[in-house]
Write a protein that binds this ligand. Structure first.
Ligand code: GDP
Ligand code: MG
Length: 378
């Protein structure tokens, strides 16, 4: 960030870390450190991970975090660019720059910063207010001598004090993004779970996580409890890579129709980011055997709250499926309110038994996702 011809360098932790417990916090911290906007992004790529599709994957993730035009303010730094002539077309495709790490880097960075208009982050994904509050909190922490930023604790940001020697640079780490091959457009498919408290949203998210994720990914489950109090009070996100095809983002949510939900608007805003994506399915979770009066008009109520017609992308997911004595079809048909809900969702419904470890129920669910055959992730 330019401050009277001085520069601040921010070395980020791994922004692409799939198992980070709170990926949004990583990005908010990043934005807080370089508020109002970073001037230059540096994506450092090591030779081992310089295959084109891995590089493209990271570029696209940066675009997802910081907007399409962020690549115009990006320098991709290779250990030796001369050995990678095939990457040259990336310059044109993403309007970005490629460079080799060398001792001229600081001078080069200055030049790169000065030869185009400033990058302006649009604060679409995260509100500027949240970022400013985080900025104030980080400043307080660093004044109090907390080692968070100063000593580069693993997973933390490292910020060099402003200096006129250094070039203005905000460095994104060159970290391999697994083996996922990126397809055209956004390569993440979003599965958003909505519904009343206690219906089994978190448990269902865990069933999917366990079926699709690697052993490691399935270790970090959503919190799901038999508790009449709301267990999930914030939107929570976890990623699974789902073999080598692409990533799936699971979004667990609190009960948006509960009047006692704190910070409700912020939670709704967070959720909207995911369910408004093209690549998205909403699972409207209902407990089988306990369809309540208040769930009769749950769909229009949720659409009202979210300001978005989710029904085209919604599957009604009936949990506690093992408790049904009749067939699922019979059960749905026998209840006018439930049948109406299912019909509003294009007739899509599915049964889950979250106490079962069988992956088949997840595979069958995925086949019911509208246009699932066009989703490269499955
Ligand atoms: N037997 C059974 N219990 C379930 C099922 N799904 C969820 N539960 C239980 O229902 C309770 C509430 O689930 P939770 O996922 O926390 O609901 P949420 O508030 O919608 O996230 C937990 O005790 C779960 O173990 C299911 O399919 N079968
Ligand atoms: Mg929950």
């Amino acid at each position: 960030m330019e401050m009277n011809n001085t520069f601040k360098i921010i070395k980020t932790p791994d922004l692409f870390e799939k198992e980070h417990p709170n990926p949004d916090q990583l990005i908010i911290d990043f934005l807080a450190h370089c508020h109002p906007s970073p001037d230059l992004f540096i994506l450092a790529i090591d030779t081992e991970n310089s295959e084109e599709e891995k590089v493209v994957d990271q570029i696209k993730q940066l675009q997802e975090f910081f907007g399409e035009n962020s690549t115009e303010h990006l320098v991709i730094l290779f250990e030796d660019i001369k050995r990678l002539p095939s990457h040259d077309h990336l310059k044109k495709k993403f309007k970005t720059r490629l460079a080799t790490a060398n001792e001229n880097l600081s001078v080069e960075c200055k030049k790169w910063c000065s030869d185009r208009p400033r990058f302006v982050y649009d604060y679409k994904n995260y509100s500027e207010d949240v970022v400013k509050r985080r900025k104030a909190a980080l400043e307080k922490i660093s004044q109090n001598g907390d080692p968070l930023d100063q000593h580069g604790r693993k997973g933390a940001y490292r910020v060099t004090p402003p200096t006129s020697q250094d070039a203005s640079a905000v460095a994104a780490p060159g970290h391999p993004v697994g083996n996922s091959v990126s397809e055209a457009g956004d390569d993440i498919f979003n599965i958003v779970l909505l519904g009343l408290s206690g219906t089994g949203k978190s448990a269902s998210a865990n069933t999917i996580l366990t079926a699709l994720g690697t052993k490691n990914e399935s270790k970090h489950l959503f919190k799901s409890e038999a508790n009449s109090m709301m267990t999930t009070t914030r939107c929570e996100v976890k990623y699974v890579k789902n073999s080598s095809r692409g990533r799936v983002r699971l979004v667990d949510t609190p009960d948006f129709l509960d009047d006692t939900l704190e910070d409700a608007q912020a939670q709704v805003d967070e959720c909207k980011k995911y369910c408004q994506r093209e690549q998205c399915v909403v699972l409207l979770v209902v407990q089988a055997g306990r369809f309540t009066e208040s769930e009769r008009d749950i769909l229009p109520k949720l659409e009202d709250v979210l300001g978005w017609k989710i029904r085209e992308k919604t599957i009604v997911l009936l949990t506690h499926g093992e408790e049904l004595e009749e067939s699922l079809d019979d059960y749905v048909r026998a209840q006018a309110g439930l049948l109406n809900l299912v019909e509003q969702c294009g007739g899509r419904y599915h049964r889950f038994n979250n106490k079962s470890k069988k992956n088949k129920q997840v595979r069958k669910l995925i086949k019911k996702i509208p246009n699932y055959e066009h989703s490269s992730q499955f």
